[in-house]
Design a protein around this ligand. Structure first.
Ligand SMILES: CCCCCCCC(=O)SCCNC(=O)CCNC(=O)[C@H](O)C(C)(C)COP(=O)(O)OP(=O)(O)OC[C@H]1O[C@@H](n2cnc3c(N)ncnc32)[C@H](O)[C@@H]1OP(=O)(O)O
Length: 237
């Protein structure tokens, strides 16, 4: 009887472990319960600022290179003329979409925006996004820190995809409201050296019903070197 119980418990544990590995289960949990219960139950070492203390990460900090600052100043001047606006950037998505969080004084979040998840300035994604409403364009001035390495001394292709997805996502959100990335197609033309400044240019090409088609390019500071080209499809949700 004892042996049978042990075997039964072991069997149950194996079934549970197998179930936890199945994407269909996590997907189902996510759909049924929403993201909060999908998070791991252990304590997360994530902190977030109170509403009155929200740090705007799109403002220059001491890690920014001179070329990063020069481009920032260029678009700030254009902003004063009215064509572009600088978009503030916080480290939690809930802070961006305050209408989803009525109790915004103390957002109940245990998550961080992927691109803003490091506390030390200059190690990860340093960037600022400007939006041009009339032209349905965004530009992102981007400096990749040493924690974004792929090949030796160069930015990881996934980090490049992330900054494109973010710049295009912001463009699509500003233009069409709530959207999800449905397709992201990238051609990596030349590598980007860690620490260098790059400019991500993104525009809405067309809108068909719920589909927003965008294209993006990453170039170096003077625009002479093409690093990356991409097309992105967002679907309104
Ligand atoms: C502030 C920082 C901003 C950062 C932004 C970052 C945004 C993200 O990274 S989102 C995360 C990654 N994306 C996801 O996880 C999305 C997962 N996918 C989904 O949830 C769904 O498939 C979703 C919402 C994209 C589309 O689903 P649904 O709303 O049911 O649309 P659906 O009816 O299937 O399709 C609508 C149209 O889009 C088309 N479509 C949908 N997916 C695709 C695709 N992958 N490729 C091409 N076309 C597609 C369909 O063919 C259909 O076209 P038509 O109307 O002409 O027939």
């Amino acid at each position: 009887m004892f042996k049978f119980s042990v075997r039964l418990i072991k069997g149950l544990m194996q079934v549970t472990a197998w179930l936890q590995e199945q994407p269909v289960l996590t997907n189902l949990l996510y759909r049924i319960s929403g993201p909060a219960s999908y998070l791991p139950s252990r304590d997360l070492t994530v902190t977030w600022p109170r509403a009155e203390e929200h740090k705007d990460f799109s403002l220059p900090n001491s890690s920014w290179s001179q070329s990063m600052r020069n481009l920032y100043n260029k678009y700030m001047e254009l902003s004063q003329q009215g064509s572009w606006i600088r978009l503030p950037s916080y480290n939690a998505t809930v802070t961006h979409f305050t209408e989803q969080c009525p109790n915004s004084a103390k957002p109940q979040v245990t998550t961080r925006l992927f691109t803003r998840n490091l506390d030390v300035e200059g190690l990860g994604f340093e960037y600022v996004v400007f939006y041009n409403q009339a032209e349905q364009r965004t530009v992102c001035i981007f400096q990749a820190g040493p924690y974004l390495e792929g090949s030796h001394g160069l930015i990881h292709g996934g980090a490049i995809a992330t900054i494109i997805d973010s710049t295009a996502g912001i463009c699509a959100i500003c233009t069409a409201g709530k959207v999800m990335t449905a397709n992201l197609n990238i051609n990596y033309r030349s590598p980007i050296v860690l620490g260098s400044t790059a400019e991500v240019q993104c525009r809405v090409d067309k809108i068909e019903d719920r589909k927003i088609f965008l294209s993006a390019e990453i170039r170096n500071v003077d625009g002479q070197v093409l690093h990356t080209e991409a097309t992105i499809l967002f679907v309104q949700v």
